[in-house]
Design a protein around this ligand. Structure first.
Ligand code: NAD
Length: 332
């Protein structure tokens, strides 16, 4: 089957091609994002393969259906960038990668916590400049800290388990509580209590209309003064302007983000020789107590290998008319 692969970086091309060696689909790679301006490139493709920032909205889906494309294969877990109702209306199936190394994202969240807590990013820059001064690098032990986990699914639970190894206390919030989380000593609480009691809050729930701006000015006002916020989930969970105000006032003590609401126009590109017009990201990276990574939490050898293998296997199942194990359905 011909498959138009969008947002294809060098590593996508290499690893998807390797995973496809046996299946033999005709993979056609494009650097561009899939959106209304690029959808014409899908002509003759039975499937499209997209990533987190491709814009698979109703107009794109309508154009895909008109061109005979019947499958959108997301090579990620999140599917907030696909209009599922419009896909169902057009008879287009949507698959995602339901499971790949949850350790990749959980460990990245921990990496952000350790770096922020022990000011590794600042020490790295200082020592390269011959500055071995300690002033400004005072850290804090993680042992005994209370960590609030919002979303105790696959990634949230791996993250929680790692944090118990540091001797942290766990509290959690999830729509569907999980006994594994409680089994590792976690206690479920409501969001206001989680905000008020946590030294560190880490977000691991999906972006839905319900979770959009879960962390806004009112949630930040409830937080423990000087708390740390980690977001490796989706940018839209956090109101960036409110977070900047909280960082300026000191209410928020540190911020580690791997995702950003307006990341579509920034991430996965080298913009180092350009003037970046996004004032919010520029303000964020100017804080000494903020670390921004560009949606790299999933980016481990183990995770990418599984992502590519699952994506090709879903495309093969679709091409052969077999049931789609990883299909995403619209909630009606
Ligand atoms: P999962 O489905 O296993 O867990 C999500 C959890 O969130 C579930 O327990 C669910 O009940 C809970 N949840 C849903 N709605 C909620 C709400 N309104 N309030 C509180 N909890 C709610 O998913 P996962 O594999 O653990 O992934 C979590 C998120 O991580 C994904 O949705 C995705 O956005 C993000 N992610 C980021 C990267 C990255 O590279 N940065 C990679 C993979 C996944």
């Amino acid at each position: 089957m011909k498959v138009a692969v969008f947002s294809a970086k060098r590593y996508d091309r290499e690893l998807l091609a390797a995973a496809n060696a046996e299946a033999g689909h005709d993979l056609v790679f494009f650097d561009d994002l899939l959106d209304t301006s690029t959808v014409a490139l899908t002509a003759g493709s039975g499937a499209v393969c997209v990533f987190v920032n491709d814009r698979v909205d109703a107009r794109v889906l309508s154009a895909l259906a008109s061109g005979g494309t019947g499958l959108v294969a997301l090579r990620c877990t999140g599917f907030n960038n696909v209009d599922l109702k419009a896909a169902a209306a057009q008879g287009i199936k949507v698959v995602r990668v339901t499971e790949y190394s949850p350790y990749s994202v959980a460990e990245h969240a921990v990496a952000l916590i350790l770096a922020l807590s022990r000011k590794i990013h600042r020490a790295y820059n200082r020592t390269r400049d011959g500055n071995f001064e300690l002033d400004g690098l005072l850290g804090a032990d993680l042992r005994g800290r209370t960590v609030g986990v919002i979303g105790t699914g696959k990634i949230g639970r791996v993250f929680a388990r790692i944090m118990t190894g540091f001797g942290c206390q766990l509290i959690g919030y999830d729509k569907i509580p999980n006994s594994d989380f409680e089994g590792m000593g976690g206690r479920y609480v409501q969001l206001p209590e989680l905000a008020a009691c946590s030294d560190i809050v880490s977000l691991h729930c999906p972006l839905t209309p319900e979770t959009h701006y879960l962390v806004d000015a009112s949630a930040l006002a409830l937080a423990k003064p000087g708390a740390m916020l980690i977001n490796t989930s989706r940018g839209g969970l956090v109101d960036t302007e409110a977070v900047i105000a909280a960082l300026k006032s000191g209410q928020l003590g540190a911020l580690g983000i791997d995702v950003y609401e307006q990341e579509t126009n920034l991430f996965f590109q080298d913009l180092s020789s350009t003037i970046i017009p996004d004032d919010l990201i520029q303000r964020l990276v100017s804080f000494p107590n903020v670390i921004v990574t560009g949606h790299q939490a999933f980016f481990t050898r183990e995770a990418i290998g599984t992502i590519c293998a699952t994506t090709i296997s879903s495309i093969s199942a679709y091409a052969e008319g077999r049931p789609l194990e990883h299909e995403v359905h619209a909630v009606v």
